[in-house]
Design a protein around this ligand. Structure first.
Ligand code: NOJ
Length: 741
């Protein structure tokens, strides 16, 4: 539709019709057969005449559902403006990929891109028009349950790179085409910095810190023309992000030039009342529309109060028109006026969802997301003649797709035991569950939060001893123990903040018991956040971090354990030594007392080091690599002259195994007008280094890499001395020095 037609359409709309476009509700309201008026509408408290005017639908997927709802809606709608269907397709639709935090550990943009592209291919034929993804919040505190949704983890640069890759992978060149849809960046802004890692909590920091670390990934996504952005639940500098005019109008619209749609997070506008700012829903509606929120997700705040505000002349209709136009424009870009079903296609669903191609590719991509944290005496890869005892609550468990995989079915997921059976035959399997996942108390916490029936106290005691005994019987017959353990999948994700980052107690007992046999133990770890492995790490010989690896995860695990694939993942968030260190991240500032030869008054803890157990960028492989000869083409970089320094290292693969190595470049600004971090990632390259081969890796250092936000909030570089580090993680690096003059 051409622009003038879109404007005509806007002019034809009644005020109610306009307001409807700014409202999003759950599609169940249309799918439920019983009387829409008594059930769903009254639950939401939305005026009855608004229901067939709403502009978009949340989390209804599947071509048949989408087509049914669209038809029902259009039949009753006066102007026949189609609904937009939005959903959270985070790490896959039917074919589920590793959780985003895991994908980010690939340090391979192609892996992240392909996971998103295949997910979008499946989701768009299932009718999705807008994906509430990517989440680009910077995450530095593993207590926060939602770190699992981040690809960039604790690092600003990595986060920016992935934000761009994901927006492009989701949107492609044309959002109306099959395989593409609109990307919704979230959660604007700084949601990852919630105090104490507690969900929905406050965020407060200097504007300089906010810009330096937290804002740039949102900006990067906007520069790639993301069509939508979602406001966050948290406050920023005392004002909830959802009604924060400074954030939404001054920064997002004016400074970043964002002209897409702003949507609130789920009921976030209404929640500004609980925050203690808006005095009632009407006030909340006024504040949100004034701040620039176009769509109200899943409350009646806009639907029931905007009209009154216009009638009372408190709200200028132009603000509504502006918001409605943005929504219509997006529908037009999706070509929904020409074809209201978008790419929803029942026939294609049968062919494409979970197709062999998708699954095969998923298996390959998945193995690149695993991080080998420990491999004592090269206990891995497992020798194919060794007898394996497969033990643990994750060994024969379908729940390996993570908190967000709400559209996948368990029958499509292969368990680790099933995948091993495929390789060595059912008759050769030595398996025991070994332990319950959680105690009754821990499990009941999860069940209660989900409104489910609780277990009786001490329920696990009935089975725990039996599981443990069975595990010992099985383990005694084996040469090597593969132990599949970790967090319950509902211990990470939204609303699942934790103060303990340890493997659940019952499973710790299992590990300790098996240790007494003195057989090699390979721990395969399932979790949605970095864990504290104190007291466990030293009991096992190898640790393979597989996060929540998805539909093909189990097959990919054996590919790596048997050495068909060489692990190449590296951590995008460090593993703390202790929870008390959180938030912990590599690019900290030096204190005035970092290392002063006087322990008593040094910046430290009495009962833990200040360093993580496994640092950012860390990950082993089956190869043995040596970094040497860091060389700079010059030690001077000229300011304002587009100058470059080439820095190189030589990496030798001293093993018989080809390696995929992520080479990381960090820079430190030694003296600045504001304190600068001890190291910042500025570039990386993932390269293949052949067995017994040698490669020279080069990077270019430019002035752009040295820029930062100064006290006056200018993004600048400053003359002076810098250190450059190249290494296999943020800790183990070669270093050199140069000057910007
Ligand atoms: C709340 C979450 O914070 C957000 O990430 C998600 O997109 C919406 N719910 C919609 O499901």
């Amino acid at each position: 539709m051409i622009k003038s037609k879109l404007v005509n359409l806007l002019n034809e709309m009644t005020l109610d019709e306009k307001i409807g476009q700014l409202v999003q509700i759950s599609g169940n309201f249309f799918l439920e057969e019983d009387n829409v008026q008594t059930g769903p509408i009254s639950n939401l408290g939305m005026c009855e005449n608004m229901i067939y005017k709403v502009g978009s639908i949340l989390n209804i997927v599947g071509a048949k559902n989408v087509i049914t709802v669209q038809n029902k809606y259009l039949e009753k709608s006066r102007l026949k403006i189609p609904l937009m269907f939005m959903a959270d397709i985070i790490n896959g639709y039917k074919t589920v990929f590793p959780i985003p935090l895991a994908q980010g550990c690939s340090w391979n943009t192609e892996v992240v891109k392909r996971c998103a592209q295949i997910s979008m291919k499946e989701a768009t034929i299932a009718g999705v028009n807008v994906n509430f993804y990517p989440m680009v919040d910077l995450v530095r505190d593993a207590r926060w349950g939602r770190v699992m949704e981040s690809t960039g983890g604790e690092d600003t640069y990595l986060n920016e790179i992935y934000a761009k890759v994901l927006v492009n992978a989701i949107q492609g060149d044309d959002i109306s085409q099959e395989g593409n849809c609109a990307a919704c960046i979230k959660h604007f802004a700084a949601y990852g910095a919630v105090e104490s890692g507690r969900e929905y909590n406050k965020v407060d920091m200097s504007e300089r810190e906010l810009r330096q670390y937290y804002m740039s990934a949102y900006k990067a996504g906007i520069e790639e023309k993301a069509k939508m952005i979602m406001t966050s639940f948290n406050i920023v500098d005392g004002i909830p992000a959802t009604i924060n005019k400074w954030l939404l109008r001054e920064i997002l619209r004016a400074e970043y030039g964002f002209d897409g749609v702003v949507i609130s997070d789920y009921s976030a506008i209404q929640e500004t009342i609980a925050h203690g700012i808006s005095i009632d829903k009407k006030d909340a509606a006024l504040r949100a529309i004034n701040a620039g929120v176009d769509i109200d997700m899943q409350t009646n705040v806009y639907s029931n109060f905007l009209k009154e505000l216009v009638k009372e002349k408190v709200l200028d209709i132009s603000l509504i028109d502006e918001a409605v136009y943005r929504v219509l424009k997006l529908k037009n870009e999706l070509k929904l006026f020409e074809n209201p079903y978008g790419n929803a296609n029942i026939e294609k669903e049968k062919k494409i969802l979970l197709s062999n191609e998708n699954l095969e590719e998923a298996r390959k991509l998945t193995s690149e997301t695993f991080v080998l944290l420990k491999n004592k005496q090269n206990v891995l890869p497992i020798n194919k003649n060794q007898k394996i005892a497969l033990i643990g609550p994750y060994a024969d468990n379908f729940a390996i797709t993570g908190e967000w995989s709400m559209f996948s079915e368990r029958e499509n997921i292969v368990t680790i035991k099933q995948a091993l059976e495929e390789r060595i035959g059912k008759e050769n399997i030595l398996y025991a569950k070994g332990s319950n996942m959680l105690t009754t108390k821990e499990m009941n916490y999860i069940l209660k939060a989900d409104g489910k029936e609780l277990l009786k106290n001490g329920e696990e005691l009935k089975t725990q001893k039996k599981y443990l005994d069975e595990a010992m019987v099985v383990a005694k017959k084996a040469d090597i123990i593969v132990l599949a353990v970790g967090e319950h999948y509902k211990q990470s994700g939204e609303g699942n903040a934790r103060v303990s980052l340890r493997i659940p107690k019952l499973q710790q007992k299992l590990i300790n018991t098996l240790r007494t046999l003195n057989k090699p133990i390979v721990m395969v770890l399932f979790n949605g956040r970095p864990l504290v492995l104190e007291g466990i790490e030293n009991k096992v010989d190898a640790i393979l971090e597989v996060w929540f690896p998805g539909t093909e995860g189990a097959r990919a695990i054996w590919d790596v354990l048997f050495g068909d694939e060489n692990p190449s993942g590296k951590l995008n968030m460090c593993f703390p030594e202790h929870e008390g260190q959180c938030p912990i991240y590599y690019n900290q500032y030096n204190t005035g007392r970092p290392n002063i030869n006087n322990l008593r008054f040094e910046s430290r803890y009495q009962d833990a080091s200040i360093y993580p157990k496994y640092p950012f960028g860390f990950g082993l492989s089956y190869s043995k690599l040596e970094y040497r000869d860091l060389k700079l083409s010059s030690t001077i970089l000229h300011k304002g002259k587009n100058d470059k320094i080439t820095v190189s290292v030589t990496i030798e693969n001293c093993s018989n195994v080809d390696a995929k190595e992520t080479v990381q470049l960090y820079i430190q600004d030694l003296f600045g007008s504001v304190v600068r971090p001890i190291k910042e990632l500025k570039a990386f390259k993932k390269v293949l280094i052949k067995a017994k081969g040698k490669t020279k890796i080069e990077f270019e250092i430019t002035e752009e890499m040295l820029k930062f936000w100064n006290r006056d909030l200018q993004y600048i570089s400053e003359e002076g001395e810098f250190k450059v580090y190249i290494g296999c993680n943020c800790r183990d690096c070669l270093e050199g020095k140069f000057e910007l003059i």
